[in-house]
Design a binder for this molecule. Structure first.
Ligand SMILES: *Cc1c(COP(=O)(O)O)cnc(C)c1O
Length: 382
């Protein structure tokens, strides 16, 4: 039976982790963790040993994204999903518009729909596999969309929405799998937020947001208005962006962070910068997805889910399989051979596989992966 297929050892990638998050953690990152076992691991996050790491992350991200004047790196606990709620609590003044084209962008929009103190958001939805950008709407004060819709392998342009030049609306971009893997001009955004367990190759649990002066001013105004007599908005401390900003400026977080996550992320940022920065990381991810898409296009049973063009992600590759090649069987064989987390997004329910092609992934491993898939499928057909 197919479950017994053994892929020849010399065909296997060096590292079989191709998940879209959590994604592979490099050995040298893990070594830093081990070397930190007495400090800063297991020590107070209110002391310099940890504060210096937060400072290093903030400085590293400022370099990586070449922050324009006045932009700040802010962080807190809870991951990107937490930032969905922070944006609803502190950045959207009354009404938002959303680009929705997959599970994550849909989740973000639903948070705004559920917030009782916000007006009904305007949703610009596209079928899964396409890119959705919100369009200008009178009265909308925040535009929200994903840079990389991780559930489908679609990337969405990051540009200020035409028509908003003078009205002060904020551009809030979910960059969770994009940050560190896709090119970006941060000046086109007001909040570019992400979690560390995707392209940053670290662990989950934190959110990081790069905020423009306009976003910081908005949070201050919205949070102030929530304290006024008769205000209906409740901003719990954990959702307070101004509290997060204040703490971040002191290289702190509002409550206790996972120090291991901070260490892993810091190490990854330094590694990317040492290799040439964002341009290098972007090119490496594109090299990996090119290998995947070229292979699929040449294959007689695999096809890229997203057609070639600007929407096809260069950091998360989604590949459809022919009906007579069940992805579940291919995935089981791969997993039994140490190649893991290549499943499509469960909610889509399509016969497909999905691969995180973040900076930590070696192009040679992707090449090997394609050979392993071919081997698995040829054995299945026997
Ligand atoms: C993974 C992901 C999230 C959720 O991140 P968490 O850290 O699990 O909250 C949100 N948006 C996108 C685009 C993602 O890829």
């Amino acid at each position: 039976m197919t479950n017994n297929v053994t892929i020849p050892q010399n065909m296997l990638p060096n590292d079989g982790r191709f998940g879209s998050g959590p994604s592979r953690i490099r050995e040298s990152q893990a070594k830093v963790l081990f070397e930190s076992w007495r400090s800063p691991l297991g020590t107070s996050h209110r002391q310099d040993a940890v504060k210096n790491i937060v400072a290093s992350i903030r400085k590293g991200l400022a370099d990586l994204f070449q922050l324009p004047d006045g932009y700040e790196v802010v962080l807190g606990n809870g991951g990107a999903s937490q930032f969905f709620d922070i944006a609803c609590a502190c950045l959207i003044e009354r009404k938002a518009a959303f680009g929705v084209c997959g599970s994550f962008s849909d989740k973000f929009a639903k948070e705004a729909q559920a917030a009782p103190f916000l007006e009904e958001p305007v949703i610009f939805e596209k079928p899964y596999g396409e890119a959705a950008v919100p369009e200008f709407v009178d009265g909308v004060d925040a535009y929200c969309w994903p840079h990389s819709e991780t559930s489908t392998g679609v990337m969405v342009p990051v540009q200020r929405i035409p028509g908003t030049e003078k009205n002060g609306a904020l551009m809030i971009v979910d960059a969770t799998s994009a940050a560190g893997a896709l090119p970006v001009d941060i000046s086109q955004t007001d909040a570019y937020f992400f979690s560390p367990q995707k392209a940053m190759g670290a662990e989950g649990g934190l959110w990081i947001a790069i905020l423009s002066p306009a976003a910081i001013a908005r949070a201050e105004a919205v949070e102030k208005s929530a304290t006024l007599e008769g205000a209906t908005r409740w901003i719990p401390s954990m959702l307070s962006l101004t509290k997060a900003i204040k703490n971040s400026r002191k290289n702190q977080t509002l409550n206790t962070p996972a120090i291991a996550t901070l260490l892993l992320m810091d190490e990854q940022i330094k590694w990317i910068l040492a290799n040439g920065g964002l341009d290098w990381a972007v090119a490496r991810c594109r090299q990996c997805t090119d290998i995947m898409y070229d292979w699929a296009e040449a294959s007689d049973y695999a096809t890229p889910f997203v057609p070639a063009g600007p929407a096809r992600s260069t950091c998360v590759a989604t590949i459809n399989l022919a009906d007579d090649v069940p992805a579940s069987e291919v995935l089981a064989i791969l997993r039994a051979n140490g190649i893991v987390d290549c499943n499509g997004y469960r909610a889509l329910g399509l016969n497909q596989m999905r691969f995180g092609m973040f900076p930590s992934v070696e192009p040679a491993d992707v090449e090997a992966l394609t050979h392993c898939i071919d081997y698995a499928v040829s054995e299945m057909k026997k």
